[in-house]
Design a protein around this ligand. Structure first.
Ligand SMILES: [Zn+2]
Ligand SMILES: [Zn+2]
Length: 282
């Protein structure tokens, strides 16, 4: 199983020269299964880089499933530009929990619709399928090919969702948990995420929203994001092998990101700051 980071920025995008080493595109993660499955977690502007990885897909393999953590724009803004949507022969599944009484079909059909976007989603050429996810999947996983998908709710304004992907053939597992505020999560919410990280076995990789540092966090309490130290503590407690901190703030230029990377790596040698374009083989 591989993970490709299409975009790791939170809240919006940056295109300035001093943001490009870590990348300025917003959240989008591609999970590639050994037997050809492609899951895309969130559709921020990093979807453009993900789309480039899909460019050589053979006609018989043209299917992809989007899992949306929530509907905030930094996790959606790439979707209208996703060319496979407008290409006959592609099958595109869109899956999410219900937020503010809106299903993923309600949300995508109103977002990709005039006056916000010229071409209505229902007129796009790809075959679309929509899937409503229950609030949690503690009872069992859903299967996408050889990949098992589990999830749990996260503490975030309006709610968000963490996803865990297990690959049967390799026994590898990863968890993507963005956006969440650990410091404001109830004990029950913390237990859900810890359980997702631990069961059925500790995941190999955790991607965690650590936009802030403990020093300075109080100013942003209630904004919906965690500190990188929360990510290190959770990963170590849950027996996770490797940690990537994502949802990089819009004010974190490459020099500040280098500094954050140094602090992270000093705190735990298995922790790194996420970087756009990174490809990890688990
Ligand atoms: Zn976000
Ligand atoms: Zn959000």
């Amino acid at each position: 199983m591989k993970l490709f980071l299409g975009g790791v920025r939170g809240g919006g995008t940056r295109s300035d020269a001093d943001f490009l080493r870590y990348g300025g595109d917003s959240s989008c993660f591609l999970v590639e299964g050994q037997t050809g499955e492609r899951l895309i977690i969130d559709a921020g502007t990093g979807l453009r880089a993900v789309e480039q990885r899909l460019a050589d897909t053979a006609p018989e393999c043209r299917s992809v499933c989007f899992l949306f953590s929530h509907y905030h724009l930094d996790h959606l803004a790439g979707l209208p530009h996703f060319q496979p949507l407008y290409t006959a022969g592609w099958t595109i599944e869109l899956a999410a929990r219900v937020f503010d009484e809106l299903t993923i079909e309600d949300m995508a059909s109103s977002f990709l619709h005039p006056p916000l976007w010229p071409l209505p989603l229902e007129d796009s050429a790809a075959t679309k399928r929509f899937r409503i996810l229950d609030d949690e999947s503690m009872e069992g996983a859903i299967a996408y090919g050889d990949l098992q998908i589990r999830w749990c709710p996260l503490h975030h304004p309006g709610g968000s969702t963490a996803f865990r992907i297990d690959e049967t053939v390799s026994g590898k597992a990863l968890v993507v948990a963005t956006d969440l505020e650990w410091g404001e999560s109830s004990p029950e919410e913390q237990a859900w995420l810890e359980q997702l990280c631990r069961q059925p076995a500790p995941a190999d990789l955790l991607v965690f929203d650590g936009q802030y540092a403990r020093d300075g966090y109080e100013r942003f309490r209630g904004w919906g994001h965690s500190t990188w130290q929360d990510g290190v503590a959770l990963a170590q407690q849950a027996g996770i092998k490797r940690l990537l901190i994502t949802h990089l703030g819009l004010d974190m230029d490459d020099a500040a990101a280098d500094q954050r990377q140094k602090e992270l790596h000093t705190a735990w040698s298995e922790a790194d700051l996420a970087r756009q374009g990174l490809l990890l083989e688990l």
